[in-house]
Design a protein around this ligand. Structure first.
Ligand SMILES: [Zn+2]
Ligand SMILES: [Zn+2]
Length: 362
């Protein structure tokens, strides 16, 4: 029997979000219905609402979530009703070229539920954000989007691994390959940048330099593990990072803003043969201009990090375990917990830079 639950809908471009009754079908083959316990508010949800991702309105927002599997389709064997899971937007296919080469974190053919959730009032099909749609009491996903983790962890903390926090930690430990003793600079200290700082600390970086234009954010960055901070409004970040690294630049610079100016700062703030990781998300009109001779002459690698190059089945349980052991404070990313009807207000606070994460608790 299909069920009716409450969910947060973005009805049209730049219209305020609202709660609607949505219809969640029973899971078909390869699918699971998950009862959502917590879901973080991410910039990507705001981009959907603003029409910045595509025009497939109405969207069912929310994608950084944890919950309990309620029911599964006939052929589902990896998860079962009652399992505590974090939802992911990369359910690897196991068959594409990336998967077959043993690089499933680059899977080209990730899975989502085939059936559609709909609006109860009009029967209109919903587009779930990143194939998840978890600002809802229940949602329908592909079973592969459910990653089991230690059920002792708090859902509001675990859900964050589903997107932004994983992107930042993964940018440092997976893409940037930060190692013991490395110097790391992180440009942009929002949720993703702070997670990159936490990831660099976890990986044993000796020096972690946080760069931002907001002193409040630099303060938070320190609590996440930054050893030095630079306000790039009052001092040149490239000079400052070189000054803090014996004149060389950092081994790994993580750009968590996604703008040409900050990318250039990252490019010149790294050591010869160092690594730049772009994890901030640019917009379509942005262009980058760099002297090609500098790109050649400085060597090293320029990388992009998509979802922190994570493999959910490998990384989610591991990071939850480290959190449970007190070695990674995921709770520090939760600024506030809110109700389902407070998502619109949370977007405003996020836009002002007042919160790292607001988390809807159901
Ligand atoms: Zn694949
Ligand atoms: Zn997100």
């Amino acid at each position: 029997m299909a069920q009716e639950v409450r969910g947060v809908i973005a009805p049209g471009k730049d219209e305020p979000v609202r709660i609607e009754t949505i219809v969640v079908p029973d899971p078909g083959p390869g699918e699971a219905v998950v009862r959502i316990q917590a879901c973080g508010v991410c910039h990507t949800d705001l981009h959907y609402k603003q029409g910045g991702i595509n025009d497939d309105f109405p969207f069912l927002l929310g994608h950084e979530a944890a919950g309990v599997v309620e029911s599964v389709g006939d052929d589902v064997t990896d998860v079962a009703p009652g399992d505590f899971v974090v939802l992911n937007w990369r359910a690897v296919c196991g068959k594409c070229r990336a998967c077959m080469r043993g690089r499933p974190w680059y899977c080209f053919d990730t899975h989502n539920a085939k059936q559609k959730m709909t609006l109860a009032s009009t029967g209109q099909e919903l587009s779930p954000a990143l194939g998840i749609g978890a600002f809802a009491e229940k949602t329908l996903v592909a079973a592969g989007q459910c990653t089991k983790v230690d059920p002792e962890v708090s859902p509001q903390v675990a859900g964050l691994l589903g997107c932004g926090v994983m992107a930042g930690i993964g940018a440092a430990i997976n893409t940037g390959n930060v190692g013991r003793g490395d110097s790391v600079a992180v440009i942009g200290c929002g949720g993703v940048g702070d997670a990159a700082i936490a990831g660099a600390r976890l990986a044993g970086a000796a020096k972690i330099i946080a760069v931002d234009i907001d002193d409040r954010k630099l303060e938070t960055a320190r609590s996440m593990g930054a050893t030095h901070t630079v306000n790039s409004r009052t001092s040149d970040p490239v000079e400052a990072i070189r000054g803090l690294t014996g004149g060389f630049g950092a081994d790994v610079v993580i750009e968590a803003v996604g703008r040409p100016e900050t990318y250039q700062q990252a490019f010149y703030a790294r050591d010869l043969a160092g690594t730049v990781v772009l994890v901030g998300v640019p917009t379509p009109e942005m262009k980058l201009e760099l002297p090609l001779l500098d790109v050649f002459g400085r060597g090293g690698s320029l990388k992009s990090s998509w979802y922190g190059d994570c493999l959910p089945s490998r990384d989610f349980p591991m990071l939850v375990d480290l959190h449970q052991q007190g070695r990674l404070d995921l709770g520090a990313f939760v600024t506030e917990t809110i109700q389902l009807d407070e998502v619109e207000k949370a977007f405003e606070r996020m836009h002002k830079g007042d919160v790292l994460r607001s988390v809807v608790v159901l």
